[in-house]
Write a protein that binds this ligand. Structure first.
Ligand code: LER
Ligand code: MN
Length: 276
C-alpha cells in the first residue's frame, strides 16, 4: 500500500478537505513530509498544465494517486442524476476531460457527491437509472485509456444517495463494467457502515482506493477511529492500492499533514511487511 495526500489548486473552496493548496507548493510539501503521492482535487482538467505537473512530480519523485472531483459538484454544481439533460451533458464533458488527464496521472477518477442524489419530485428509480447510465458512459469512455471510475460512499449528512459501502457495492454491481469500483472513506464508514475493517474486507473486490481521516476529519490519531482495524481489514482482503489522507488543515496545514504522516507512514511500512 502507498500513502498519498489530497491537495488542490490555489482557488479551491475554503471547506475542501485538503491540507495544502497550489500544486507546486503542495507537491514540494508532500515530498518533504514523506508521502508517496498526491491526490489532485480538481474541478476541471484545464486547472492544471499537464507538462508542468508531470515535471513537478518527477522532480520530487512523487506519483499522482488519483483525481478527485468534489469541486465538480461543490463549485460547478454538476452531477450525474440531474434531471436536465443539458446539465448531465456538461457533467459528462467535464468528466471526459478529467479521464483524459488521468491517463497520465494515476488512472483513477473519484466520484463523490457528483454522483447526484434523490431529489424531491424525481422518482428514486429514475435517479438510480441516471446514475447507472452515466457510470456506464464514463466507464466506456475510460476503459481503453486504463482509467477506473470510483464511487465514494458519503455519509447521510452530506448526501442522501449511496451512503454505505454495502449500498455502493450493491448498486455498482448493476453498472456491469470492469472499470467501475468503490473508494471507501473511513470517515464516512465510521458513520454509515456496520463495521469498518469487516466491510472493507467483505467488499474488497470493489475497493480500488481508500480515504483516510479520523472520526473528526482530523489527521489519523487525532480522533477515535481504530486504524488497526482498518489495516487488518484491508490486509485480510489483500488490498495493495493507495490510501490517501483527506483531512482538514487543522490546527494548521503543516501540523495536520505531519500528524497524518507520523501516524500512518509507519503503519503503511508494517502493512507492506505483512505485519497486519
Ligand atoms: C470527499 O472525498 C469526501 O469525503 C466528502 O466528505 C466530501 O463531501
Ligand atoms: Mn473522502
Amino acid at each position: 500500500m502507498k500513502l498519498s495526500v489530497a491537495v488542490a489548486g490555489q482557488n479551491a473552496p475554503a471547506d475542501a478537505f485538503v491540507v495544502w493548496r497550489g500544486f507546486e507548493h503542495s507537491i514540494r510539501k508532500a515530498a518533504e513530509f514523506g508521502f508517496h503521492g498526491v491526490e489532485l482535487a480538481l474541478k476541471e482538467a484545464a486547472e492544471v498544465n499537464p507538462k508542468e505537473l508531470a515535471s513537478l512530480l518527477t522532480q520530487h519523485n512523487l506519483e499522482a494517486s488519483c483525481i478527485s472531483t468534489g469541486q465538480v459538484f461543490a463549485v460547478l454544481g454538476l452531477y450525474f442524476t440531474h434531471p436536465d439533460e443539458s446539465v448531465r451533458s456538461r457533467t459528462l464533458d467535464v468528466f471526459r476531460g478529467l479521464i483524459d488527464l488521468a491517463t497520465d496521472f494515476g488512472g483513477l477518477i473519484n466520484v463523490g457527491r457528483a454522483r447526484g442524489y434523490y431529489a424531491e419530485g424525481q422518482p428514486r428509480q429514475q435517479t438510480e437509472q441516471l446514475f447507472i447510465d452515466t457510470c456506464r458512459t464514463l466507464c466506456d469512455y475510460g476503459v481503453n485509456k486504463n482509467v477506473t471510475i470510483m464511487i465514494e460512499p458519503v455519509n447521510r449528512y452530506e448526501i442522501n444517495f449511496i451512503n454505505s459501502v454495502a449500498e455502493g457495492a450493491e448498486l455498482l454491481a448493476k453498472v456491469e463494467r470492469p472499470n467501475i469500483g468503490l473508494m471507501p472513506d473511513v470517515f464516512h464508514m465510521n458513520i454509515e457502515d456496520v463495521t469498518i475493517g469487516g466491510e472493507l474486507e467483505r467488499n474488497i473486490d470493489m475497493v480500488k482506493y481508500v480515504h483516510f481521516a479520523d472520526s473528526n476529519r482530523h489527521a489519523p490519531g487525532q480522533g477515535h477511529l481504530d486504524f488497526d482495524d482498518v489495516m487488518h481489514g484491508l490486509a485480510r482482503g489483500g488490498y495493495d492500492g493507495w490510501a490517501s489522507i483527506e483531512i482538514l488543515p487543522k490546527p494548521d496545514p503543516d501540523t495536520a499533514a505531519r500528524q497524518a504522516a507520523e501516524a500512518m507512514l509507519p503503519m503503511i511500512d508494517r502493512y507492506n511487511r505483512g505485519e497486519y
